[in-house]
Design a protein around this ligand. Structure first.
Ligand code: F6R
Length: 363
């Protein structure tokens, strides 16, 4: 049941500290990931993996895009990420030693399942399903699986399923990294353990985000910006907003602004950006200046140390400091809350958006 919450989506957003903890439970040692979490064959398969292909749809695809940044940076393994509906009708070239990974909340998404069946006819070293539903078709038909343990997700807009997929993908990154003999990342393990409490802290911004959401209720468009692993987080923020509030939203890597989308920016175009304290921060800040110079209204979720202050045309909400690797997880939360509150203000059916189904079992 929804309990004290007005919608399942809000309940599921607030469950994230708990389900992130569940997704980590029994899968970490003091300084590394227990590779056996992926099953008995995982160690051997990860050692063989010279590259990774990740296939998914929608929000799950966005999780895959984040994982590309992680796997290349921390495991040194080249990664391709693609939506299942494209992949399954291409003629993909599969280099020797490629691991096939699917991501799916339901494990029944028709295109993702078809992509797995197609991949089995190609020369992959093996397949891994990261999934929220034990016993689903995707899990049954894959060589290995890792459950995301988000619990049932009722709201059509995926929230906790996404963040727990990110946890699973960080576990995958660290496991592949270890199998490939890369240096251990004990500080990421520590940061993972601290993450549920940090998420709880960010959920405390709910009331402030609700106030902020008023600026969007009358708008017809919104632009989301991010850089690096936060570009997919911007994509996810835009998807959430369009799905449940029906506001047209687009996401761009901030560095692409001047290659086109800057032409759209005026006072009627709110621009939402996530600004964690990473090595792309200075670049992002100058992109934000480009928006301000065009009269755009900026809404920035920023690390407390970033030092961007609220002014007439820029609204800043501060997030606690987090290990750079895990920032994409933390910065997802305020974007979920923002789209939730905008949808509530607009009076849309938050849990059952028009034209959408929770599980897309037909092509
Ligand atoms: C968006 C959303 C969809 C799903 C997509 C894939 O909020 O929920 O984009 O992510 O339909 O579904 P799964 O993960 O079940 O394969």
């Amino acid at each position: 049941s929804k309990g004290e919450y007005r919608h399942y989506m809000l309940k599921e957003i607030f469950e994230q500290p708990k389900v992130i903890e569940a997704a980590l439970e029994g899968r970490l040692s003091a300084s590394s990931v227990l590779v056996e979490s992926f099953g008995p064959e995982a160690q051997a398969l990860f050692q063989k993996a010279r590259q990774v292909h990740i296939i998914a749809c929608g929000t799950s695809y966005h999780a895959g895009l984040v994982a590309r940044y992680w796997l290349e940076r921390y495991a040194g393994v080249p990664v391709q990420v693609e939506v299942a509906s494209e992949y399954r009708y291409r003629h993909p070239v599969v280099p020797e030693g490629t691991l096939f990974v699917t991501l799916s909340q339901s494990g029944e998404t028709a295109d993702t399942l078809a992509a797995l069946r197609f991949a089995k006819t190609l020369n992959y070293v093996g397949s891994l399903a990261i999934c929220n539903v034990p016993g689903s078709s995707l899990v049954r038909e894959s060589d290995m699986s890792l459950m995301t343990r988000a619990g049932p997700e009722i709201g059509v807009a995926s929230t906790k399923a996404f963040t727990t997929q990110l946890i699973a993908l960080m576990l995958l990154t660290l496991s592949v990294s270890k199998a490939k003999g890369q240096p251990a990342q004990p500080e990421i393990i520590g940061a993972l353990q601290a993450l549920p409490a940090l998420c709880q802290q960010v959920l405390g911004l709910d009331r402030q985000i609700e106030v902020l959401s008023q600026a969007f209720a009358e708008k017809h468009h919104a632009l989301f910006l991010g850089r690096g692993a936060h570009y997919p987080i911007a994509l996810e923020g835009a998807l959430k907003l369009k799905e449940i509030s029906y506001i047209h939203a687009e996401a761009y890597p901030a560095g692409e602004l001047k290659h086109g989308p800057l032409a759209l920016v005026d006072s009627e175009m709110p621009v939402i950006s996530v600004a964690p304290n990473d090595d792309l921060l200075e670049k992002l800040k100058s992109n934000l200046q480009e928006v301000r110079a065009r009269g755009g209204q900026l809404f920035v979720f920023a690390d407390q140390k970033v030092g961007i202050n609220s002014q007439d045309d820029i609204h800043v909400l501060e997030l606690p400091n987090v290990h750079e690797a895990l920032a994409p997880l933390l910065y997802t939360l305020p974007l979920q809350l923002l789209s939730y509150h905008v949808a509530v203000l607009k009076g849309t059916d938050v849990d059952q958006p028009r034209n959408l189904a929770k599980s897309v079992t037909v092509e």
